[in-house]
Design a binder for this molecule. Structure first.
Ligand code: ASP
Ligand code: MG
Length: 404
């Protein structure tokens, strides 16, 4: 018998009717002779509501207490799911993260899974039960409840699939899979039948929604992940590590991110150690720096430009300004109305011409490129936010992503 791990997102279990609908889908899997382990998210906007409630009590809730509170959202949905299955005559049991054997580190609010002992789950499966696990949570070695970060139920599901050596992990959500671009921006965006882990990671960190950690885990343990809609029978997108069958198009998707600001430190003396002087205090302040560009040095002075998330600009400026003047830089300027657009595809690695085509496309659309960065499977341009959507559409067309 094959073990299948399924995960249902908050929208899919938002009310009693939807919970009953999901229960029917679980039963179908069970009747096809599978051992079913099902991870559920909290119903609808429960997690947001709980967060808001905590903030009505105090603006800075204690992290341990907040995790205890947030973990209850998933407890509600997993118990109701077990009840729905039992009322249909199927033996089901709900387990909290800790009962399911999920042990994490103690980083409340974004804990990482340290170990997973699946023996209780195996025991329940051996008793022919359907096992429903509360997503997004675990427990520390000291038995304190933790949560895995927003969207963390995906990671619960993939971790369980790896530990149980499941034949696959199915993530059910309110969209039909992974698209070549955000369908709200590009009406002709197409659902992909398959995508590689690395490509998915680049798309995920650039907008498409899935907990990035779940993809990393999938890649490490080689768990095939099917992302599909819980409301339809469409086939979804398979995220996997094998060779791509869709060879025609080497660019798999266009991603964008609106949350970009840049800071330029002007006239920085060109001598060893200056970059370290600037970036260490930013790291100490917890500001995460993304793209960094240092301009060619003219008369021993350079410009250093880097990007941060928009919400971090003010803090970054507070940190950078005094450092800049202490090292003799001539000034600091910032622009927080930027966005980034990326083309992503493993196939680009060994094929020349993709960067040139991207730049030409943006040029023809009259869009100025502020900064450029690349990884092996991604080319990213930073552009004005007001032109971001035009850029996404133009690139989607230029790389023929709307065509099969
Ligand atoms: N309920 C949690 C959240 O909304 C976890 C999840 O949905 O995966 O972030
Ligand atoms: Mg959710």
């Amino acid at each position: 018998m094959a073990i299948i791990v399924q995960k249902y997102g908050g929208t899919s279990v938002a009310d009693a009717e939807r919970i009953r609908n999901v229960a029917r889908r679980i039963i179908r899997g069970y009747e096809q002779a599978n051992q079913m382990v099902v991870v559920v998210s909290a119903m609808g906007n429960t997690t947001d509501d709980l967060l808001a409630l905590a903030r009505q009590i105090t603006p800075a809730p204690d992290p341990r207490e907040l995790d205890m509170l947030l973990s209850t959202g998933e407890l509600v949905s997993c118990t109701l799911m077990a009840m729905a299955l039992r009322s249909q005559g199927y033996d089901a049991i709900s387990l909290s993260g800790s009962q399911a054997g999920i042990v994490t580190d103690a980083t409340h609010g974004k804990a990482r899974i340290a170990s997973l002992d699946p023996s209780r789950i195996h025991q329940e499966l051996d008793s022919d039960r359907i096992v429903i696990v509360a997503g997004f949570q675990g427990v520390t070695g000291e038995m304190d409840v933790t949560t895995l970060g927003r969207g963390g139920s995906d990671t619960t599901a993939v971790a369980l699939a790896a530990a149980l050596k499941a034949s696959r992990c199915e993530i059910y959500t309110d969209v039909e899979g992974i698209f070549t671009a955000d369908p709200r921006v590009v009406p002709g965006a197409r659902k992909l039948d398959e995508i590689g882990y690395e490509e998915m990671l680049e798309l995920a960190s650039y907008g498409a929604k899935m907990h990035p950690r779940s993809i990393e885990l999938g890649a490490v343990y080689n768990v095939p992940i099917l992302v599909a809609s819980s409301m339809s029978e469409a086939t979804g997108t398979l995220i996997h590590g094998g060779a791509s069958m869709e060879v025609r198009n080497k660019v798999r998707g266009v991603a964008y991110d609106r949350d970009v600001a840049k800071i330029t430190v002007r006239g920085v003396p060109d001598r060893p150690g200056i970059a370290a002087h600037l970036f260490q205090p930013l790291a100490d302040a917890g500001v995460s720096v993304d793209t960094i560009v240092q301009n060619a040095s003219m008369e021993r002075l350079t410009d250093l430009t880097f990007t941060v998330a928009r919400r971090d600009v003010r803090q970054a400026l507070e940190v950078v300004k005094p450092v800049a003047s202490s090292i003799g830089a001539t000034g600091v300027v910032s622009d927080d109305k930027l966005g980034k657009v990326s083309i992503v595809g493993t196939g680009m690695q060994n094929a020349p011409g993709y960067a040139a085509r991207m730049f030409r496309t943006l040029h023809e659309a009259g869009i100025n490129i502020e900064m450029i960065t690349t990884s092996e499977i991604r080319i990213t341009c930073i552009v004005a936010e007001e032109r971001l959507q035009d850029a996404v559409r133009a690139l989607h067309r230029a790389f023929e992503l709307d065509q099969l």
